[in-house]
Design a binder for this molecule. Structure first.
Ligand SMILES: Cc1ncc(COP(=O)(O)O)c(C=O)c1O
Length: 377
């Protein structure tokens, strides 16, 4: 099937690009001895897990259904973490996870009896330091509820848990900044870490970014693991899936109000939510910064400020023309919603052998079913 025969909007995951990232992950593992678990919150399109599985050690999760999905479709190690578990969640998850990580000492105390003997017990700690471009995504922001602060720790807790998880990075492309965080963790928590079997350093380390010094990162992780005699984990999401996937859309109209807006058959609010939440414009593969033709790439939702970006092109855009919105995998497919009753993008994978495989498609019944299953009489 040729790409231009596919009905937009759709996501196209490129296997070759995914493997490029995974090869870097493999290199990092070889240098450092760290284990890598895929953060399903970022990407859980399980239709491509057969490509990822040979490279990573398992999955980590943020809610009970992600635990089940990781267990069923990925295998390996299944880490279960949630900011807030209900008793039912704990009961369901404890049977299928290998590690259960609680966000607070109170949840740990309350539910540990349901987990003991079934899974390795862990607690999330908050190191109070972080690397994050935006406050919204900063786990060490003021009054953060994510993990236990060092001055709130009951040191006895370390006698009855097996590991801890820290997560304090968001798209950190600076290896030295990450190493500084590692040192801070070692200084603040070192005496406790020495008692544990494993430590997860969370996600947000952008080791697949072009030019990232993987060897330096790997050696720093190895030294940390040796110093505290723990098995280290990272929980990459974005680093695994970055730059692998386009959201392909069609220009359905062009309107003008001082600026020209090309309206496409997709919307950030429904199909690429983080564009809106983090106010980070998307990038269009066909654009040319030096081009003479400037457009707002506008969504077809009703929200006045819903646009993908502004971009310049060498030629005027045409109604019916397709555009590729680059880097649209992480935190996108997991957040798709039916706002405005727009057509949901299909999901395809471009295999290395050239074949295009369909992973998902949606129709009106999926939309209707998402809204009500039963009607009042
Ligand atoms: C606890 C935890 N682990 C891992 C991740 C994955 O981060 P990323 O996709 O930036 O690598 C996140 C992201 O929020 C997280 O909160």
């Amino acid at each position: 099937m040729q790409h231009n025969e596919l009905k937009t909007p759709y996501f196209m995951i490129d296997e070759a690009k995914l493997i490029e990232n995974l090869e870097k992950a493999k290199q990092l593992k070889q240098i450092s001895g760290v284990k890598l678990v895929l953060a399903l919150k970022c990407f859980s399109t399980w239709g491509v897990f057969n490509i990822i599985k040979p490279y990573l050690d398992g999955t980590t999760s943020s809610g009970p259904f992600e635990v089940k999905l990781g267990y069923e479709t990925f295998g390996g190690e299944t880490h279960a973490y949630s900011v807030g578990y209900s008793e039912d969640d704990v009961k369901q998850v404890a049977d299928i996870c290998d590690k259960m990580i609680f966000n607070s000492q109170s949840q740990l105390a309350h539910y540990r009896h349901l987990v003991e003997g079934k899974a390795s017990l862990g607690l999330r700690l908050n190191p109070g330091v972080s690397y994050a471009g935006q406050d919204l995504a900063n786990p060490a922001r003021a009054y953060s509820r994510l993990g236990v602060q060092v001055d709130h720790l009951n040191s006895e807790v370390f006698d009855s848990i097996d590991g801890v998880m820290f997560h304090m990075n968001c798209e950190n492309k600076d290896v030295d900044a990450f190493i500084a965080l590692l040192e801070s963790i070692s200084t603040q928590f070192g005496q406790y870490l020495d008692k544990l079997d494993w430590v997860s350093l969370g996600g947000g380390v952008f080791f697949t970014w072009p030019g990232y010094d993987i060897e330096k990162l790997g050696l720093a992780l190895k030294a940390f693991a040796e110093k505290h005699r723990v098995q280290l984990y990272l929980e990459p999401g974005e680093a695994i899936i970055t730059q692998t996937t386009d959201l392909v859309v069609t220009v359905v109209d062009i309107v003008e109000n001082i600026k020209k807006t090309a309206i496409v058959d997709s919307a950030t609010e429904a199909h690429r939510l983080d564009t809106l939440i983090y106010n980070e414009p998307a990038s269009i593969s066909e654009a040319n910064d030096d081009g003479a033709y400037h457009y707002v790439i506008g969504s077809c939702s009703c929200l006045a400020g819903d646009q993908f970006c502004e971009a310049s092109f060498s030629e005027p855009l045409q109604i019916g023309q397709q555009l590729h919105i680059a880097d649209s995998a992480g935190y996108t497919m997991v957040k798709l919603n039916w706002f405005n009753g727009l057509r949901m993008p299909s999901v395809y994978c471009q295999r290395v052998g050239g074949e295009v495989q369909l992973l998902n498609q949606f129709d009106y019944d999926d939309f209707k079913r998402s809204l009500s299953r039963w009607s009042v009489s």
